[in-house]
Design a protein around this ligand. Sequence first.
Ligand code: GLA
Length: 523
Amino acid sequence: MNFINYVIRQHPQFPGKILFLTLLVFVGTHAAWPQADLTGFWVFRAPTGDGNFRETFFEIKQSGETISGKVLAGSREVAISDGTFKNGTLKFAIVYGNPPQTRHVLYQGTLEEGKIALSLASPEQDPIKGAAKRSKRKAALPPPRLPLPDLHDVPDGGLARTPPMGWNSWNKFAGKVDDATIRRIADAMVANGMKDAGYVYVNIDDTWEGPRDAQGNITSNLKFPDMKALADYVHSKGLKIGIYSSPGPKTCAGYEGSYGHEEQDAKTFAAWGIDYLKYDWCSASRIYKNDEMQAVYQRMGDALQKTGRPILYSLCQYGINDVWKWGPNVGANLWRTTGDISDNWKSLERIGFRQFDIASYTKVGRWNDPDMLEIGNGGMSADEYRTHISLWSLLAAPLLAGNDLRSMSDETRSILTNAEVIAIDQDSDGKPAKRISDPEATAVVVVRPLHDGSVAVALFNRAEQPQEISVKWEVVGLAAKKKLSARDLWKHGAVQISGDGYQTTVPSHGVVLLKVVSENPKH
Ligand code: GLA
């Protein structure tokens, strides 16, 4: 109160007024100002920049200045963390996924006339601004459940006699894919030898979708002004074109899915000239249970065949419910066996070396899909990328490049277009690869019998240092007595092997890939 005494001394004529004003300032700066209570349901509507709006529902709980609650993000509910609401400013974070693959999204906004002007920021994308309005729990609910068809076998459409090869937009471009990018990628595939190496499909992943028209037909968004014209362009290059949808009401990126419009969408895709559909579970999990997937996927399998156009059918449901056992029944040509790959060794190792137990489910026209390639995206070494395509080829996995084909380095190009490695992937027998080493070993020996009687033999080194890896011919099914010769498919030359086996130093995370030929296979 020294300050007030001083003021009274300086202004004896107005002590009361000054004292009142000073008290007002004191209360204003020191007392908690009563603030609004944000508790309740909110919907955040933000433009995606392509004519669509993304809606996100929040259930917010406020206690004093602390904010908790959850976001209802498509099929998931994720808790709000580090939430505060102070002096009209709301801040909170949402952490998606589990370590090490977490994605942090930060929300910040101000309350203005009952609405929150909100923006979100995450390291993966440009900041997004929009408005959150009060909503109701009901609005966040998925549409009512539609009955499922009885199970039957969808006939084999005769497609994908070898694992599909091509390119997909997601790994490199995610939501930033558009018509011009697809055209230039197609041009690049023709110009840079990818097409000649066998890469045929140019696949548009999520975020091409626009709203449905008055008749319920799916449209493309502003990034794709004319899908038919784009398909014609890709076809004019001697390539094929793929598209993406979901059996749920929304795709994984929150765009329009095919739920309740399966036949209609299949017809639209056929009319556009689409050759390949990736069908991603996403928000279908809000309506159907995992053990109902077969019926859900069968519905689109039937719809595609009904169009009369050969459209390759790719299931994406992350390997749930042993999809490799029923994928063929729904007419699928390939099915994802895992969650999403990312461009780092841990992800590649975790996915790639876990495929052997289910390798025998791969058959001609029915392929296990351990996800798309990351080669050339910059997060791994050349040795790791060589391991990537070698392992995928031994597994007879689809080879869908996921990098920017317009600007790849010579090294990336030479890895992606190694004809001798691709020939293993594309072997007409489609026989499964077998790991003959201990599942936990860092020295991994894998073999795959090929149509011409030869055997692909790979020595992978998962260790952090180079190591000697050896293989005995007897163990890989090549009788020791046969006269054998071998070719190194990365060095493109013959290698000296002994009568009973081979031993060499393999770089850390690298591979030595041999094709072993019996010169007299009859004896
Ligand atoms: C899922 C799929 C990815 C990609 C994205 C698109 O995560 O597994 O391959 O298609 O959705 O939203």
